[in-house]
Design a protein around this ligand. Structure first.
Ligand SMILES: [Zn+2]
Length: 297
């Protein structure tokens, strides 16, 4: 059994990131599994080496040593290219020249939850393998108009039709950067990850990843999503919540205090008390973890 924590180095980690780290660690360790650290630094515009250094240092300070890694997603471009060729050979890849403004202009009112659904404007009528995928242009993957079923280990059964949920999605950006969905699928598959634990904001994108796993001939990992940590305005924690990021928390709390607060919010202990991650391994059970989002006062 192999679990993973895969943060993006686009800012200092906050309590929500640590919550995901802790629960993926505890789930893996309670199954006597390995815990892998992977730095998801594929977005060249937003990733910074100093944030990667902070992630490594913060995890060590918090008492969560990883068994494998750190791996760096940005170093896996050749693997992504090889699998893009494979998808192209299936006739499922095409270039898209739409701007964001053009795509937004096609959105229907019911997509007001922030999702952007690509309507297939550039999809060829008779899709064929492209002669080359090397031309620098945005590439999309054709998705089927059928339901994908999966059972989240924590949130239960889900059905997603990719055609109406997101439409043909991006594999590679015009600037050559790999899109999150293909990068995460290849890394999870090739590292032998068997369990993905992460925030429920990524719950529905699981269907895109399962579709990619299937196309590429991989067995998808199991997925267990987590409730989100929200600030007092009921918004999901973000980099704007400076008082809950690690640079601030390390001046106001000890590592066991931070772990104790998160363990309490994970339903593992009745009240926050200082503990180390390893102390929580025998207490961990998915049945104790809440499904409702957690509001930090
Ligand atoms: Zn297009």
């Amino acid at each position: 059994m192999k679990g993973r924590f895969a943060p993006s180095p686009t800012g200092r980690m906050h309590l929500g990131n640590i919550y995901s780290a802790l629960l993926s660690y505890l789930s893996a360790k309670s199954q006597k599994g390995q815990w892998v650290l992977r730095i998801e630094d594929i977005d060249p515009d937003r990733s910074r080496i100093e944030f990667t250094k902070h992630i490594l240092d913060d995890l060590q300070w918090l008492g969560m040593p990883w068994d494998e890694g750190p791996y760096y997603q940005s170093q896996h471009g050749a693997i992504s290219h090889q699998h893009l060729e494979q998808l192209n050979s299936l006739g499922l890849v095409y270039p898209c020249h739409c701007t964001r403004a053009e795509i937004m202009a096609t959105q229907a009112p019911h997509e007001s939850d922030g999702r952007v659904v690509y309507k297939g404007t550039c999809r060829p009528i008779n899709p064929q393998p492209m002669d080359t995928v090397d031309t620098p242009q945005k590439l999309r993957l054709i998705v089927p108009d059928r339901d994908i079923h999966f059972t989240d280990h924590h949130y239960g059964p889900h059905t997603v039709n990719l055609s109406s949920h997101c439409g043909d999605f991006i594999l590679r950006r015009a600037d050559g950067a790999w899109a999150y969905q293909i990068a995460v699928v290849l890394d999870d598959a090739l590292m032998g990850i068997t369990e993905v634990v992460r925030g429920r904001d990524l719950l529905l994108s699981t269907a895109q990843q399962i579709y990619l796993h299937q196309l590429l001939g991989f067995t998808p990992p199991s997925f267990a999503h987590l409730p989100l940590l929200c600030n007092s305005s009921m918004q999901r924690l973000s980099k704007r919540d400076k008082s809950l990021d690690m640079s601030h928390l390390r001046t106001t709390h000890t590592a066991p205090q931070i772990i104790g607060i998160l363990a309490h919010h994970a339903g593992l202990i009745p009240s926050p008390e200082p503990l180390m991650p390893q102390d929580l391994i025998p207490l961990f059970s998915w049945a104790k973890v809440p499904t409702s989002d957690i509001i930090l006062k």
